[in-house]
Design a protein around this ligand. Sequence first.
Ligand code: SF4
Ligand code: SF4
Length: 386
Amino acid sequence: MDFERSITMYKSFKMLREKIEKEKEKYQDLCKEVRKIREESVCNQKLIDETVRNLRSRGFRVEIAEKCEDAIKLVLKEIGDEKIVIKSKSNVCKEIKLAENLIANGIEVIETDIGDRIMQIFGGEPAHPTGPAAHLSAERIAKKIKEIYGVEVEAKAESIAKFLKNEISKHIEKANVGISGANAITSDGLILLAHNEGNIAEVLRKRRWICITGIDKIYPSVYDALKAIKLQSFFATGKDSTSFIEIVSGAASTSDIEKKPVRIGGDALVILLDNGRSDIAKSNFREVLYCIGCGSCVTVCPMHLFNEYYKGGRFSLYYSLNGSDEVKLCLGCGKCVSACPLKIDIPSMIDLKEGSLKRFFYSHFVFTLLLIKFGLSYAQSKLRII
Ligand code: SF4
Ligand code: SF4
């Protein structure tokens, strides 16, 4: 067991939860509103068709990928002979294991989000969908930077962020292809991307931009999409808004010469991934697709805190609907439902999938073992200090 991982993650999540708890009352009406929007729009075929039509009329090329393999093939074809791509944070890219697949095909992948870049250096499972490195202390990251780059960086968040931002910038210039997810796509063909670091602006302005997102990310209007993004920002970071929200309505163009519209920007491919979503939307697990990806359920999940292979909350359930069996470890404690802005009932769906009694005993047995291991690691670390 990685004792330090659990402690650092606990401290990071505690700080975040305190921020959220202080102000979450203000968001109650928005939570209900976004839940209703999601209920009506998730995997709504009419909305998907309209969106595809309107994206195409704005000049985006659009492909629907049924399975992960289809999405990967489309990305590889689009990348062509390029040897390096830059990428921003995306749950869908994680879902299809895009980076791993590109690397296996000889393509260098540069994560442009600082948290994702840290995870690229360390390897292993991310701690949280929007804070992937929340389990790594500044000391640990600074030590790794010294090991990999031979550079002494002060073990402070500011110094590490500055070093990595510079390091990432050097790679950004070399790439001609940028890959991102999308927070939302609207039925009139707008693509919305929210971010804090400014990196997404660099990714989508590359000569070729590949945007991959799930068919569940489609919203009826830009106003509905912005409501979901605001809620996601608050429940992911405790901030009322991300630093930037990009709204992309087409390729860069100008009408400055004789008022004739001329395209001056790159080319964009939008890949809408199904990967079982259409079937889930028609099943008793539909509710899992209402998720806006804030990760609030992850920050309270006790099993995730002690077991790095349990993704926590909604993510464990979603991955087990696609074949993983980690959901057997769910304790059924219900903390994730209380923390979820949309009150998505994850444990009830897990019960539906795995049954409750057998899983209850199994998960509690594993959890007890983890607690014992944790206690022993703690005692060992105290003895080392003495
Ligand atoms: S019910 Fe399961 S997924 Fe939800 S917080 Fe508890 S252990 Fe985690
Ligand atoms: S299930 Fe709820 S809390 Fe978890 S990521 Fe989705 S919206 Fe956020």
